[in-house]
Write a protein that binds this ligand. Structure first.
Ligand code: AMP
Ligand code: GLY
Length: 422
């Protein structure tokens, strides 16, 4: 089989490595991929948002199956366009990807179908938003409606921060058209859990839960990032909570999307907060999370391609999806200065023994060298019987990899390990 994967980060690398375990996969193209993924798939310099280019390439190479991993091509309709030329795909169509593409849509969906989430108001008028924010309880949470590279959320602790976030989004258009509308919502607190789920629009199978570490520095300090590391499973996500989420959040969401004429097929990501009032949805993503995928897929013992095809063909109910009961940890190695400003072009040295553990996010080939080309450079995943062993092993391997200006958090998994003690 010839498979096309759209995207080019650590998540795509994890998907590709897993797909390669299936012996019927003899060729994987990745658009655009990156210098590190090039070891495992043929990188093609077509941007993930170039829908016409992706479709042309798929037709020209006569690919048998496509996996669209990032949010923007999904929201732009990459799956619709590939299906229109007869390429079966993993991923939601645009009318379902809106669950991530518009926070106004997802909040209204949750309200309409009684799915627990933070109380909120939506605004398309800046004056009305500013006036509402003057009396909203602090902290208050301000979210741009559309995709904003993970930067569209502000937790405002003062009135001035709230005013600034609203004017930057709505007047200054910091996130372009994504800030034309905003959501202002209640601040929730509690442990956060990420749950990715396979769904064919009728059946939903949650994957093993995980915990992201979004802040740049140890102790959850510093600016928000795309994610500095993950562990799975998440110890806060007990069997009781999982059951509750299935009943009050997961299945109601799948049924709601179907009832709206927007059946969701693919990987639906539930960003949850376990509040004192029970689990609530913080956000939906219409795709695999990054770097959650780098701990979740290594624990999948079933064949990924088989599961993906079952999703595409609506056969998930008859398909076995099994996860190991082991633990995984992923440490993200970034460039000093990320997420603000950082230098690129430093040679990366990865011992051969570390390669099976590495998912490359931001690297380019420079002759026969691999050099840094992004803020998050790579992730290192280890799997072990206990979380402590997985974390220790991931750090041990991380220390064998080097590039100038490398930095990583030293406390990935620390909170989860503490939670396990209690
Ligand atoms: P998002 O970009 O939607 O993932 O939001 C980024 C982060 O902001 C989340 O991971 C949460 O930590 C935090 N966040 C979002 N919404 C809320 C909320 N209503 N209350 C508290 N924290 C929130
Ligand atoms: N790790 C969070 C995300 O993928 O959006």
């Amino acid at each position: 089989m010839k498979i096309l994967v759209v995207g080019g980060g650590g998540r795509e690398h994890a998907i590709i490595k897993k797909l390669r375990e299936n012996p019927s996969v003899h060729k994987i193209y990745v658009l655009p991929g990156n210098g590190g993924i090039a070891r495992d798939a043929a990188c093609v310099p077509i941007k993930a948002t170039d829908i016409a280019g992706i479709v042309d390439f798929a037709v020209k190479k006569d690919v048998d199956y496509a996996v669209v991993a990032p949010d923007d091509p999904l929201v732009l309709g990459a799956v619709d366009a590939l299906e229109a030329v007869g390429v079966p795909c993993f991923g939601p169509r645009a009318n379902a990807a809106i669950i991530e593409g518009s926070k106004v849509f997802s909040k209204n969906l949750m309200k309409k179908y009684g799915i627990p989430t933070a109380a909120y108001e939506t605004f398309d008028d800046m004056e009305a938003a500013l006036s509402y924010a003057e009396s909203a309880p602090l902290p208050t949470v301000i979210k741009a409606d559309g995709l904003a590279l993970g930067k569209g959320v502000t937790i405002a602790r003062t009135r001035q921060e709230a005013r600034d976030a609203i004017t930057e989004a709505m007047r200054d258009r910091k996130f372009g058209r994504s800030g034309e509308r905003i959501v202002i919502e209640e601040f929730l607190s509690g442990p956060e859990v990420s749950v990715l789920a396979f769904t064919d629009g009728e059946t939903l199978v949650p994957m093993v839960s995980s915990m992201d570490h979004k802040c740049a520095f140890d102790g959850d300090k510093g600016p928000n990032t795309g994610g500095m590391g993950t562990i799975a499973p998440n110890p806060y996500y007990t069997a009781d909570i999982a059951e509750q989420c299935m009943e009050t959040i997961f299945m109601p969401t799948i049924r709601a999307m179907k009832a709206e004429g927007r059946p969701f097929k693919g990987c639906l990501y539930f960003g949850l907060m376990l509040t004192a009032d029970g689990p609530k949805v913080i956000e939906y993503n219409c795709r695999f999370g990054d770097p959650e995928t780098q701990v979740v897929l290594p624990l999948l013992t079933s064949d990924l391609l088989t599961v993906m095809q079952a999703v595409t063909e609506g056969r998930l109910a008859q398909t076995e999806v099994v996860f190991s009961d082991r633990n995984a940890a992923c440490i993200v190695m970034a460039s000093q200065g990320y997420p603000v400003a950082y230098e690129k072009g430093f040679e990366i040295s990865i011992p051969e023994a570390a390669m099976p553990h590495v998912y490359v996010a931001g690297a380019a080939q420079d002759g026969d060298k691999l050099v840094t080309s992004g803020g998050r450079v790579l992730g290192v995943t280890a799997v072990a019987d206990t979380l402590q062993d997985a974390v220790d092993e991931a750090y041990r391997i991380t220390e064998t990899i080097s590039f100038q200006n490398a930095f990583y958090r030293r406390d990935i998994g620390a909170r989860a390990l503490k939670a396990k003690e209690n």
